[in-house]
Design a protein around this ligand. Structure first.
Ligand code: ADP
Ligand code: MG
Length: 324
């Protein structure tokens, strides 16, 4: 488990990280989402003991990274934003060097072989790193993080600069690693954390603006009572029918094309009109072509959260700023 408690990092007057707290449970893939300059790398550098914090603490499996860095670091595999590769080494030489550096005790040959199999770099094992593609270099970066079998992986923007195929491969790999590691992954790409992570912490300007599962984030902003429907039938009559359903507060036809209208419908809180809507459409001889709850995508959530709208989804109540 990784726990961050009231962490602050100050650079002169600027707080790069401003009193943030969050937790990643064992076996969880936590997405750390935020725009450039939000404080992601700073937080990760603190978590991995690379830089110190100004205030607060970071615990890796209950061990304070500042109090017992050697023990805590043994639990962590870190892939920084720019992977620390020595390009004039072969993959084999490099991983062997990392193995020695980490003072790893596992049987060397088989351990490194297992890792290379996992991240699929066996066939470039004897190649110089400088001759590898960006995607392969990133895999070598992941491999070095896995040396010593750390329980926790901290990956800073692991797909930046990769092409779409490489991105998919690395994401698949991370999902696989997430089955037996606790993973914290940072990204400024919304679809990425949506695709890979169990839980999302959104950070902006050094502060956490949301901390929840992606699904819950959407739920908190909208509910099941907002629907979007595509119905084939004469729009005026359809609209009148919808408005006649008990519990409907408002309905509008937002577009119509070739007899198919798209309708936004809002019902009272915790009112589910979907069955009734379906039955009525059928009984009129119309067709329901699409029906969905109009949950916000993470993209919308993100925009709302970081554009200064007055929504705060953190579970903390201690949000009163102690600006000193
Ligand atoms: P992210 O990884 O989310 O893009 P960073 O953690 O790298 O963001 O940076 C957060 C903020 O802290 C930025 O405004 C950045 O300019 C600032 N910052 C980072 N490192 C330093 C440093 N060594 N000195 C001064 N400011 C820094
Ligand atoms: Mg960064």
């Amino acid at each position: 488990m990784i726990e961050v408690v009231n962490l602050t990092k100050r650079y002169g007057d600027k707080k790069a990280v401003n009193n943030i707290s969050f937790k990643a449970e064992d076996g969880e893939i936590l997405g750390f989402l935020g725009p450039n300059g939000a404080g992601k790398s700073t937080t990760m550098n603190i978590l991995t003991g690379y830089i110190s914090c100004t205030d607060g603490k970071a615990l890796i499996d209950g061990i304070d990274i500042l109090e017992d860095p050697v023990k805590a670091k043994k639990q962590i595999g870190y892939l920084p934003e720019i992977p620390p590769l020595y390009v004039d080494m072969t993959v084999k030489e490099y991983l062997s060097f990392i193995y020695d550096l980490k003072k790893c005790k596992l049987p060397k040959i088989s351990h490194l072989k297992d890792i290379c199999q996992l991240v699929k770099i066996e066939h470039v094992y004897n190649r110089m790193i400088k001759n590898l593609s960006k995607g392969y270099r990133q895999r070598v970066g992941l491999a070095q993080a896995l040396v010593g079998n750390p329980k926790t992986l901290i990956l800073d923007e692991p797909t930046v600069g990769l092409d779409p195929n490489q991105i998919i491969e690395i994401r698949t790999l991370i999902k696989k690693l997430g089955k037996n590691h606790t993973v914290i992954l940072s990204s400024h790409i919304l679809s990425e954390v949506q695709a890979v992570c169990d839980k999302i912490v959104v950070i902006n300007d050094g502060k956490i603006v949301a901390n929840d599962t992606e699904e819950n984030l959407s739920m908190k902003l909208t509910g099941e009572n907002k629907l979007s429907a595509k119905i084939e039938g004469e729009s005026e009559k359809v609209l009148r029918m919808i408005k006649g359903i008990k519990g409907v507060i408002s309905a509008e036809c937002i577009s119509e094309h070739k007899g198919v209208g798209t309708y936004n419908i809002e019902a009272g809180e915790k009112t589910d009109i979907r069955k009734e809507l379906f039955t009525r459409i059928a009984s009129h001889g119309w067709y329901l072509l699409e029906l969905k709850t109009s949950e916000l995508s993470l993209e919308d959530i993100f925009l709302r959260l970081t554009m200064g709208e007055d929504i705060d989804l953190t579970d903390n109540d201690d949000e009163e700023e102690a600006e000193d």
